[in-house]
Ligand binder design. Structure first.
Ligand SMILES: Cc1ncc(COP(=O)(O)O)c(C=O)c1O
Length: 392
């Protein structure tokens, strides 16, 4: 039995089968490239589902982790450590005046946001949280409830009460849906899992205005869109608005598990001591990695690269659209792009994998790419060449 077969067999025997996996065993990664056990090389245009946005094993992240691991890996949150406060300060400086709570994942960051929204609304009897159809907010019970897609709910009922789903990009329906029970509106500014759908500027700004007028919290899930993906640190900056709460994860830790709940100062008091916690949250190790990510983004002007390469890649995908009538639309912002096909895109993704390119298919027919934010022009050309062959 080959090494690959051995490893796959071990998974089959011992790992809970909650994922559909490709029959490929990845052994190493460097930049935008990964290698499997057979020595085959792949260009990764979907690195870690948006996690490894500086590429795999970025040397600055590796060094920061190596040094910190030898000094102090974990400390419980009833003590102080210099790195957590420093990281919170960097996030707040890039986002808006506020405070940060650290957890370990996107779902956990969103759980914190939902808990805060409930405590915010509680004195006024407001508990309902409005989220959007086709959204995605995670896989815990509260975050699948927040997720406006039935397929993630199936078999898990009864879900958490007090959620309501509205069509995305429909401000009128939102106006009509608000009642004296509504506490918050939560959304992704570019829906990722839902098919790479950006909010229109009027919609995003309209929600901000409605939340101000009605005294509701505006919660923006930046777990996929954050950390430079759209050419800004956070997608809300593209829209010229500020949410009251933002959640982060994925790219924040350069590959290490970290999530962050970022709360405007005036709402920070709704989670006083004892109301929320996470044993692993914001350990010195993950904070060191996240600080290295910010440092690299600044020193290498990564946001500029996202804007430039995002435009370049989008242009290339538009060219493919001209060539292949099966491509219906190309959409997205920065380096968060999707091509909607007139059919399922599973076969295209499989063909790309066989040819050495990793891309994703979401919402059935949307070919999604989230290349590393430091991707280079030649790598884009290489990827587009493979996508073209796969489409053919
Ligand atoms: C927008 C958004 N929110 C939340 C999550 C959940 O994050 P995690 O898998 O880290 O819990 C994801 C993951 O894909 C996401 O894209």
């Amino acid at each position: 039995m080959s090494e690959t077969e051995n490893i796959i067999q071990e998974y089959d025997q011992f790992v809970l089968a909650t994922y559909t996996r490709n029959p490929v065993v990845i052994m190493k990664g460097k930049g935008s490239w990964i290698w499997d056990t057979e020595g085959k090389k792949y260009l990764d245009f979907f690195p870690g589902w948006g996690v490894s946005s500086l590429g795999h094993c970025h040397p600055k992240v590796v060094n920061a982790v190596r040094e910190q691991a030898a000094r102090l890996i974990h400390m419980p949150n009833n003590f102080y450590n210099e790195l957590q406060g420093r990281l919170a300060g960097v996030i707040v400086k890039k986002a808006f005046p506020g405070k940060v709570f650290f957890g370990n994942s996107g779902a956990e960051a969103n759980e914190g946001a939902l808990k805060l929204a409930r405590r915010f609304g509680e004195p006024k009897g407001r508990f309902e949280i409005i989220t959007m159809e086709s959204s995605f907010h995670g896989r815990t019970l509260a975050t699948i409830t927040a997720t406006g897609q039935e397929k993630y709910h199936t078999g898990f009922g009864p879900l958490i009460p007090g959620f309501r789903y509205l069509p995305f990009n429909d401000l009128k329906r939102l106006e009509e849906a608000i009642t004296e029970r509504t506490a918050a509106v939560m959304l992704e500014l570019v829906q990722g899992e839902g098919g790479v759908h950006p909010a229109t500027p009027d919609y995003a700004r309209g929600i901000r205005k409605i939340c101000n007028r009605e005294g509701l919290l505006m919660i923006v899930d930046e777990i996929q869109t954050g950390m430079g993906r759209t050419g800004h640190y956070f997608a809300f900056q593209e829209y010229g608005i500020e949410p009251d709460i933002m959640t982060l994860a994925k790219a924040l830790g350069g590959g290490l598990p970290i999530g962050a709940l970022v709360v405007k100062d005036r709402f920070a008091g709704f989670l006083p001591p004892g109301t929320h916690a996470s044993t692993f949250g914001g350990s010195p190790l993950v904070c060191a990695a996240a600080l290295a990510v910010f440092q690299e983004m600044e020193e290498e002007n990564i946001l500029e690269n996202v804007r430039e390469m995002g435009e370049y890649l989008r242009g290339k995908l538009e060219e493919l659209k001209e060539e292949f009538p099966l491509i219906k639309t190309v959409r997205g912002i920065g380096l968060m792009l999707g091509m909607e096909l007139d059919r399922e895109c599973k076969l295209v993704v499989e063909s790309c994998l066989e040819k050495g390119l990793i891309v994703n298919c979401t919402a059935g027919s949307v070919l999604r790419v989230l290349p590393a934010c430091n991707i280079r022009r030649e790598e884009i050309d290489h990827a587009v060449g493979i996508i073209r062959e796969a489409l053919e």
